[in-house]
Design a protein around this ligand. Structure first.
Ligand code: GDP
Ligand code: ZN
Length: 461
């Protein structure tokens, strides 16, 4: 495929000592060559692929040196985009990087759209759609585990499994055709229907297995939505601060949050916690006061995990009991705080009202019990042995939705086969399953979807 030459800053803004301007396309080397001066006089256009060059970037209109740089030169096809790629490694801050980018644009490149590098890798056949999406997940990954999931997916493990399922469906369809084409078999249905059912059931079970990993996959990807509740003064802000200070997440900033609820990410033993409404807790001490009864009910309902704090130095109050009642149907951990003070609370009653939920005693002030709380959170959600090494689990909403559709469709096929409906009707359902699975890896998706997906990427990726 032929595209114009694009460029963008490909390192996160303001992070790290080195910034990279990446150029990709047929003219990448020429454009860089116009701006680059090496001490030996060697030109980039005369250099071989996959080499690194030290020198200066100059503004050709004034001959003024703009930056001291290292240039990585990578020629197609062994590059991320499968096009010629130049990376200009600048060590300056934002201003000089922007200046380098401006020169690159002035001398022939076009500013890349968000995700356009990855989109080219996809369009040039280097990676499939689920791998492209993994790149996006990787950029946003909040913990090492989440990063492993994305890396595995980028590596193509999900794609390969989907490929196997599609292959099985295709072979089934082919077999059906063969049987229909050879009328000497006196009973095509006798030959074909059992095969359809058997293969169909295998595909169904694999889809179900994949789907069963999705809630944990989603949590790794998006964070475990967590709300801390409790009466005033039980220690909510203290717990929050303690969690935030000890467990700084890799990424704390989520682009485009224009919501009245503020979210903060912390990394608790590999589980990304999305602490909801932290501002509410910090500023007004009270979720309900800040966002209203209705909204706070909603927040509670959407939470993956509730941490209810009780004050051990006081007797259980009617409000405590009401809160214990509220969290009964939810995933919750109860923390009895302030164990450093003389205890008034009746732990037996707490345990009863907690009905099977974990009850942890803690003194947040003295940093006791926090570790147990963190262990409990981690074991609650990753106790099922779902170490991120498991290569084939799905976390992407689009994939999950497609898998659900594919599951319905293959179940229709199985049912139809079992009811002995005409074979061509069953073929339709099998074909549809094959198409739906194909959409996961981008085999059967339309252009508009692709554009929409890639526009979600950060600029420069
Ligand atoms: P919130 O209203 O639920 O957010 O509670 P805060 O975190 O603001 O804490 C209220 C008060 O309890 C503060 O003075 C804290 O220092 C204190 N506090 C929090 N945790 C403990 C604890 O474990 N032991 C003691 N003795 N005091 C605590
Ligand atoms: Zn507080």
């Amino acid at each position: 495929m032929q595209f114009d030459t694009i460029a963008a800053i490909s390192t996160p803004m303001g992070e790290g000592a080195i910034a990279i301007v990446r150029i990709s396309g047929d003219e990448a080397v020429e454009i860089a060559d116009r701006l680059f001066r090496s001490p030996s006089g060697k030109r980039l256009v005369d250099s071989s692929s996959h080499t690194i060059h030290y020198g200066h970037l100059v503004d050709p209109s004034t001959d003024e040196t703009v930056e001291e740089i290292m240039v990585s030169l990578m020629k197609a096809p062994k590059t991320f985009t499968r096009e010629d790629v130049i990376e200009l490694n600048c060590h300056g801050g934002l201003v000089s990087v922007n200046r380098v980018l401006r020169l690159v644009l002035q001398y022939g490149a076009r500013l890349a759209e968000p995700g356009e590098f990855t989109k080219r890798a996809f369009l040039n056949g280097r990676i499939d759609l689920s791998q492209s999406e993994a790149v996006m997940d990787l950029i946003r990954a909040k913990t090492d585990r989440a990063m492993n999931v994305a890396l595995n997916q980028m590596d193509g493990k999900l794609s390969r499994l989907i490929g196997e399922l599609r292959q099985a469906l295709l072979e089934t369809l082919a077999q059906v055709e063969v049987n229909i084409d050879y009328p000497e078999y006196d009973d095509v249905e006798e030959m074909t229907i059992p095969l359809m059912i058997e293969k169909g059931k295998w595909v169904q079970s694999e889809i179900i297995r994949l789907l069963s990993t999705s809630s944990q996959g989603r949590i790794l990807r998006e964070g475990l939505s967590t709300v801390i509740i409790g009466r005033p003064n039980v220690g909510k802000s203290s717990l929050l601060n303690s969690l935030v200070q000890e467990n700084k997440a890799i990424v704390t900033d989520i682009a485009g949050t224009t919501r009245d609820i503020i979210e903060e990410y912390v990394n608790v033993k590999g589980v990304p916690l999305k602490l909801v409404d932290t501002a509410g807790i910090r500023e007004t001490e009270d979720l309900v006061e800040r966002i209203g009864v209705e909204r706070s009910r909603q927040v509670l309902k959407e939470a993956d995990l509730v941490i209810l704090l009780l004050n051990g130095s006081e007797a259980l109050s009617p409000e405590d009991e009401r809160l214990l009642e509220t969290i009964r149907p939810m995933d919750a951990i109860i923390v009895v705080n302030k164990t450093d003070l003389p205890q008034q609370i009746d732990i037996e009653t707490v345990n009863q009202l907690a009905s099977q939920k974990h009850v942890i005693t803690a003194s947040i002030l003295q940093d006791e019990g926090i570790d147990e709380l963190e262990e409990t959170i981690a074991s609650l959600f990753f106790g099922g042995g779902i170490e991120a090494e498991d290569p084939t689990y799905v976390s992407n909403e689009r994939h999950i939705a497609l898998l659900h559709q594919a599951k319905t469709s293959i179940e229709d096929a199985i049912q139809a086969a079992e009811a002995r409906v005409p074979i061509d009707m069953i073929q339709i359902d099998i074909t549809r399953t094959w198409e739906l699975l194909g959409e996961i890896v981008g085999d059967t998706v339309q252009d508009s979807l692709i554009n929409q997906l890639f526009s979600q990427f950060c600029l420069g990726k």
